[in-house]
Ligand binder design. Structure first.
Ligand code: FEO
Length: 399
């Protein structure tokens, strides 16, 4: 029988563990995910969030380990995306007296759009409280972190922030707390999560952080991954850093190549960064997933993207990456387009245009090479990168 896990006296994790999830709308989730829900047993009984529809029975079984689901008074829906609300119709049917607490007006509108008018909705705004007994849940709307309806709930009695997607990680585990998994792994997954889901909304994240600053926190309980308990300061510092859009002096070189000429240029660009003291990651798009590359782009100031000309344009692998990059909208990055060609530099020119459309700063014209490279040409590429880094004021002593 599935068990509830007590995370504070009378507060239980009752979510689902999705061990085999490997693609979250295109983001590779190599460690699976969890859909966390929390049961609060007070004079009134509240369930904070539900889960994906496929995990509704797991959730109800874990609730039943503590209490008859029919006794639930409130179901808090912090966010209507189906990974947190898909189970709502089934859970609401099992808890027929429960009101569904949701953001006013966007949360209510999304739940009605997905599930019709059958739910007994209780819309709330920032500053509203829901009295449960000893506890009062206080709501803060955090729009566009990362949908218009997002909100978080704070329980001052237990000092728990139910943060929904914020501070989440796609990480399936039988452990429930950060210190049981280890900070490096949790931060790695939180970084990939932020880069691929939250990055376009850095300004909104900063507003949300401002609204949450000063809260006493024993736990940050997100809707994915493990609960932050021992490393709350690390989680807050990471979100502060990532949302500042002030990337470190690191570089990512992403490319595809047909006959290794663009690849040789990529390596020369990487060497230029290394010679300038800028840490670099080289990513062949044939064997690196775009969602993994974005985790590095999150912390990199420089992004060089290369494609040869194929069929009068850039290679599809490169186009896919650039389309994804534009959507995630990293700010304050310096771009370099490069690539080889036979009779027309259409590939690297398309890369340049796509980087411009993604609003990267582009101090250089595309670095191109016709047919094959020789050492002189590759040295010119290295020198162009070294000069660029010097112009940006980022040259460091190489140890
Ligand atoms: Fe985890 Fe935006 O849903």
């Amino acid at each position: 029988m599935l068990k509830a896990i007590e995370v504070k006296p009378d507060v239980y994790w009752v979510g689902g563990v999705d061990w085999n999830e490997r693609s979250f709308h295109g983001y590779t989730t190599e460690r699976g995910s969890t859909y966390n829900a929390y049961l609060i047993m007070d004079e009134k009984i509240a369930l904070v969030d539900t889960c994906k529809a496929a995990f509704a029975d797991d959730l109800l079984a874990r609730v039943a380990d503590v209490v008859d689901p029919a006794r639930i008074d409130y179901i808090v829906s912090n966010h209507g995306e189906p990974d947190h609300s898909g189970a709502l119709p089934k859970v609401a049917a099992a808890a027929p007296n429960a009101k569904v607490v949701t953001g006013d007006p966007k949360g209510a509108a999304i739940l009605r759009a997905y599930y019709g008018d059958g739910l007994d909705l209780l819309p709330v705004k920032t500053g509203d409280g829901l009295e449960l007994g000893c506890r009062t849940l206080s709501f803060v709307q955090t729009p566009m972190v990362h949908w218009p309806d997002n909100m978080v709930a704070y329980d001052a009695y237990d000092r728990i922030l139910f943060s929904n997607d914020a501070f989440g990680q796609h990480l399936a585990t039988s452990k429930r707390f950060d210190d049981e998994v280890g900070l490096p792994e949790v931060l790695l997954q939180a970084r990939k999560y932020y880069a691929n889901i939250v990055m376009p909304y850095g300004r909104q994240v900063r507003k949300a952080l401002d609204a949450l600053r000063g809260l006493d926190l024993d736990l940050i309980a997100p809707s994915h991954g493990v609960i932050w308990r021992s490393h709350i300061a690390d989680a807050l510092a990471a979100y502060d850093r990532w949302s500042a859009d002030a990337p470190e002096d690191q570089a990512v070189v992403a490319y595809d190549s047909m006959w290794h000429t663009t690849e040789a240029m990529a390596q020369a660009i990487a060497e230029g960064f290394v010679e300038s003291g800028v840490p670099v990651r080289l990513c062949d798009l044939k064997c690196n997933h775009i969602s993994d590359i974005m985790a590095d782009v999150l912390e990199a100031k420089y992004l060089a993207v290369g494609s040869p000309t194929l069929n009068s344009g850039m290679m599809p692998t490169v186009a896919q990456f650039l389309c994804y990059l534009k959507g995630l909208a990293p700010r304050n990055r310096v771009g370099i387009a490069f690539g080889s060609y036979g009779w027309a530099p259409a590939g690297p020119n398309e890369v340049q245009a796509a980087l411009e459309a993604a609003k990267l700063e582009l101090p250089l014209e595309p670095l191109t090479r016709q047919w094959a490279d020789d050492e002189e040409a590759l040295q010119a590429v290295r020198d162009a990168v070294i000069d660029l880094v010097e112009d940006q004021g980022d040259v460091r002593e190489v140890a």
